[in-house]
Write a protein that binds this ligand. Sequence first.
Ligand SMILES: [Zn+2]
Ligand SMILES: [Zn+2]
Length: 122
Amino acid sequence: MLFRHKKECTHTKVTPEKDACYCPDCGKYIENKWYLTRCSCCNIKRKSIIKFGQIMPETKYCPNCGAENYYTERIKSINFIDINFAVLVKEINEERSKNRTQSWLDRENEPIKLIGIKMSFN
Ligand SMILES: [Zn+2]
Ligand SMILES: [Zn+2]
Protein backbone atom coordinates (compact mmCIF):
# COMPACT_ATOMS: atom_id res chain seq x y z
CA MET A 1 0.00 0.00 0.00
CA LEU A 2 2.94 2.30 0.61
CA PHE A 3 4.12 2.17 -2.94
CA ARG A 4 0.88 2.04 -4.82
CA HIS A 5 -1.33 5.03 -5.27
CA LYS A 6 -4.84 3.99 -6.06
CA LYS A 7 -5.34 6.65 -8.71
CA GLU A 8 -2.14 5.96 -10.59
CA CYS A 9 -2.34 2.94 -12.86
CA THR A 10 0.86 0.91 -13.01
CA HIS A 11 -0.33 -0.99 -16.10
CA THR A 12 0.49 -4.35 -14.54
CA LYS A 13 -1.48 -6.20 -17.19
CA VAL A 14 0.66 -4.77 -19.95
CA THR A 15 3.25 -7.52 -20.18
CA PRO A 16 6.73 -7.03 -21.64
CA GLU A 17 6.20 -9.69 -24.34
CA LYS A 18 4.38 -7.13 -26.42
CA ASP A 19 5.98 -3.94 -27.66
CA ALA A 20 2.83 -2.00 -27.04
CA CYS A 21 -0.83 -2.45 -26.25
CA TYR A 22 -3.75 -0.80 -24.57
CA CYS A 23 -3.80 -1.14 -20.80
CA PRO A 24 -7.00 -2.99 -19.86
CA ASP A 25 -7.13 -1.13 -16.54
CA CYS A 26 -6.87 2.49 -17.66
CA GLY A 27 -7.33 2.35 -21.44
CA LYS A 28 -4.12 4.19 -22.24
CA TYR A 29 -1.88 3.05 -25.06
CA ILE A 30 1.24 1.75 -23.35
CA GLU A 31 4.58 1.25 -25.04
CA ASN A 32 7.12 -1.04 -23.43
CA LYS A 33 10.55 0.50 -23.76
CA TRP A 34 13.78 -0.97 -22.49
CA TYR A 35 16.63 1.21 -21.40
CA LEU A 36 20.01 0.61 -19.89
CA THR A 37 22.76 2.89 -18.72
CA ARG A 38 26.35 2.77 -19.85
CA CYS A 39 29.47 4.25 -18.37
CA SER A 40 30.47 7.41 -20.24
CA CYS A 41 34.08 6.58 -19.61
CA CYS A 42 34.60 2.89 -20.44
CA ASN A 43 31.24 2.23 -22.11
CA ILE A 44 30.35 -0.92 -20.15
CA LYS A 45 26.74 -1.68 -19.37
CA ARG A 46 25.67 -0.56 -15.93
CA LYS A 47 22.90 -2.33 -14.04
CA SER A 48 20.05 0.12 -14.27
CA ILE A 49 17.19 1.09 -12.02
CA ILE A 50 14.42 3.65 -11.98
CA LYS A 51 14.69 6.05 -9.10
CA PHE A 52 12.71 9.25 -8.64
CA GLY A 53 11.26 8.71 -12.12
CA GLN A 54 14.70 8.64 -13.71
CA ILE A 55 16.73 5.87 -15.26
CA MET A 56 20.07 5.62 -13.53
CA PRO A 57 22.75 3.07 -12.67
CA GLU A 58 22.18 1.00 -9.55
CA THR A 59 25.54 2.00 -8.14
CA LYS A 60 27.01 5.48 -8.08
CA TYR A 61 30.34 4.57 -9.58
CA CYS A 62 31.28 2.31 -12.45
CA PRO A 63 32.58 -1.03 -11.11
CA ASN A 64 34.97 -1.21 -14.04
CA CYS A 65 36.66 2.19 -14.10
CA GLY A 66 35.27 4.14 -11.17
CA ALA A 67 33.72 6.90 -13.24
CA GLU A 68 30.48 8.52 -12.11
CA ASN A 69 29.11 9.70 -15.46
CA TYR A 70 26.77 7.55 -17.48
CA TYR A 71 24.42 7.81 -20.40
CA THR A 72 21.11 6.15 -21.16
CA GLU A 73 20.59 3.93 -24.14
CA ARG A 74 17.32 2.70 -25.61
CA ILE A 75 17.29 -0.99 -26.48
CA LYS A 76 15.19 -1.85 -29.47
CA SER A 77 15.00 -5.57 -28.86
CA ILE A 78 15.75 -7.00 -25.47
CA ASN A 79 17.85 -10.15 -25.10
CA PHE A 80 18.53 -12.33 -22.11
CA ILE A 81 21.92 -10.73 -21.43
CA ASP A 82 20.71 -7.15 -21.53
CA ILE A 83 17.66 -7.96 -19.42
CA ASN A 84 19.98 -8.17 -16.40
CA PHE A 85 21.05 -4.58 -16.92
CA ALA A 86 17.98 -3.00 -18.41
CA VAL A 87 14.87 -1.44 -16.96
CA LEU A 88 11.45 -1.57 -18.49
CA VAL A 89 9.67 1.72 -18.85
CA LYS A 90 5.97 1.72 -19.56
CA GLU A 91 5.43 4.88 -21.52
CA ILE A 92 2.00 6.23 -22.24
CA ASN A 93 1.59 7.11 -25.88
CA GLU A 94 -0.77 10.06 -25.42
CA GLU A 95 -1.36 10.42 -29.15
CA ARG A 96 -2.63 6.87 -29.55
CA SER A 97 -4.55 7.11 -26.27
CA LYS A 98 -6.30 10.22 -27.55
CA ASN A 99 -7.13 8.63 -30.90
CA ARG A 100 -8.71 5.71 -29.16
CA THR A 101 -10.88 8.03 -27.06
CA GLN A 102 -11.86 9.86 -30.23
CA SER A 103 -12.95 6.77 -32.14
CA TRP A 104 -14.78 5.47 -29.10
CA LEU A 105 -16.78 8.69 -28.93
CA ASP A 106 -17.54 8.46 -32.63
CA ARG A 107 -18.81 4.96 -32.20
CA GLU A 108 -20.97 6.01 -29.27
CA ASN A 109 -22.53 8.74 -31.38
CA GLU A 110 -23.41 6.42 -34.21
CA PRO A 111 -26.75 5.14 -32.91
CA ILE A 112 -27.85 8.73 -32.30
CA LYS A 113 -27.07 9.58 -35.92
CA LEU A 114 -29.08 6.58 -37.08
CA ILE A 115 -32.07 7.60 -35.01
CA GLY A 116 -31.86 11.00 -36.71
CA ILE A 117 -32.41 9.51 -40.15
CA LYS A 118 -35.94 10.06 -41.36
CA MET A 119 -37.66 6.85 -42.25
CA SER A 120 -40.57 6.93 -44.56
CA PHE A 121 -42.85 3.96 -44.96
CA ASN A 122 -45.68 5.45 -46.88
ZN1 LIG B 1 -2.94 1.33 -17.04
ZN1 LIG C 1 33.44 2.77 -16.52
